[in-house]
Design a protein around this ligand. Structure first.
Ligand SMILES: C[S@@+](CC[C@H](N)C(=O)[O-])C[C@H]1O[C@@H](n2cnc3c(N)ncnc32)[C@H](O)[C@@H]1O
Ligand code: SF4
Length: 397
């Protein structure tokens, strides 16, 4: 196992002290619903009134800015759904609104999630001109029949072309692959991942397929019509992923995310390092410090109901409540231990008001699941990574 161990990703060490502030913007529409996906995405037969959305995004951003004066934005993330269906001028209007309300860090990261159809790739230049400097492309698979089985509406060739186009237009790009797919063998994933790495830039997201509630995949799986890899094969596929990405210079810095040290997604680091973020758009989440409290925020998920609420109430929030000390520290543990750099134990103990149990740490360390650094950081090892939830529950108990 030692060969897949990596040192803590300290390349971004300067940022460790300041987890940062980010802005998330949700675009809730897709051309079709993929059978495995439970993201807040909706299909509409009528054209979307983007001007109405721009006005609502502006309204929500203004409301969140009132709660978070003086912050410096480290990142903006357009997620979905399929944000690459937005007009570039819609993206531009949102970025301009963010810049009006907050100071932008000089090297702000502005990411847009894109689907790799040729139509969407043709909009890339417009997004770049609007200020987007990073795209994250949902390639999902480099095997044609598997792409079809995932219900994707693009071909492998189109996906490769979209990645190439992105590489020429954006300073930074990443793409997603889903592995542990029905019928996938270790040898097949090895070949596919090698192909993926050959076209990768500095960042790659590699997700194990999860069967999400209320999806078509869940129905098929329950009916015995979809067989996913068992635990042993899942583990073997995970190990192959760590081995090949590390050898390629893109080690895991989080459970499913790989980057050249220093090229991590700054936006996601804000989440995982317990930073502050506001979320606007249907079904967006936020965590902001208001007064002494860290507040959990969530908006109405249904797009048209969100629009109506923003227009009548000035925001789309359906939840905006302070988190208890315990809730905050549990989140800190759950998110922070996803990262290879781990958590600062002193920060956890100050936040929770309790000490981590020495015996629990020693037991988990003896199993090789966690490791302690001399500088007071605790992290989950590659061996422990698949057991993350259990480890967190043990430590939080
Ligand atoms: C919001 S989605 C993607 C954005 C874009 N609409 C797309 O499909 O390319 C973010 C990523 O989550 C991953 N994902 C979604 N559902 C998943 C599942 N059930 N299991 C594993 N990964 C999943 C996919 O890799 C996807 O690209
Ligand atoms: S995977 Fe992407 S394109 Fe497919 S339904 Fe989910 S958000 Fe939409």
């Amino acid at each position: 196992m030692s060969k897949i161990e990596t040192p803590a990703a300290h390349a971004d060490a300067a940022a460790l002290g300041d987890p940062g502030f980010g802005v998330y913007v949700h675009w809730p529409f897709c051309l079709a619903k993929c059978p495995y996906c439970d993201f807040n995405s909706h299909v509409r037969s009528e054209p979307i009134d983007e001007d109405r959305f721009v006005a609502a995004f502006r309204t929500e951003l203004a409301q969140r800015a009132e709660q978070t004066p003086g912050r410096k934005a480290r990142s903006i993330f357009f997620g979905g759904g399929t944000p690459s269906l937005m007009r570039p001028q819609t993206v531009q209007a949102v970025i301009d609104a963010v810049a009006r309300h907050w100071t932008l860090e000089p090297d702000i990261e502005i990411t847009l999630e894109a689907n790799p159809t040729s139509v969407e790739a043709s909009r890339f230049r417009g997004y770049r001109a609007a200020g987007v400097n990073r795209v994250s492309i949902g390639v999902q698979s480099l095997v044609e029949p598997d792409l079809k089985a995932l219900g994707r509406r693009h071909s492998v060739a189109e996906a490769i072309e979209a990645v190439k186009t992105a590489a020429t237009i954006f300073p930074r790009y990443s793409f997603d692959l889903i592995y542990a797919r029905p019928g996938q063998t270790e040898a097949a994933w090895r070949d596919e991942l090698r192909e993926g790495l050959a076209m990768a830039g500095e960042h790659l997201s590699l997700y194990q397929l999860t069967i999400e509630p209320d999806t078509i995949y869940e129905r098929l799986w329950r009916a015995g019509k979809l067989e996913t890899p068992d635990e042993d094969l899942g583990r073997a596929l995970f190990d192959v992923t760590q081995e090949l990405t590390l050898a390629h210079g893109l080690p895991a810095y989080e459970v499913s995310n790989h980057a050249r040290p220093g090229a991590e997604s700054r936006h996601n680091l804000v989440y995982w390092r317990h930073g502050e973020y506001v979320g606007v758009g249907p079904g967006a989440h936020g965590r902001v410090g208001v007064g002494d409290a860290r507040r959990a925020q969530a908006t109405e998920r249904h797009p048209e109901m969100w629009l109506a609420q923003v227009e009548s109430e000035g925001h789309g929030l359906i939840e905006d409540a302070p988190l208890s000390r315990e809730e905050q520290s549990d989140e800190f543990l759950l998110m922070g231990l996803r990262l290879r750099e781990g958590i600062d134990v002193a920060r956890y103990e100050a936040m929770s008001g309790r000490k981590l149990q020495r015996r629990q740490i020693d037991d988990l360390a003896a199993e090789g699941f966690i490791a302690e650094d001399a500088d007071g950081r605790l992290r989950v090892t590659a061996v422990g990574a698949p057991l993350l939830d259990t480890i967190v529950a043990d430590l939080a108990a």
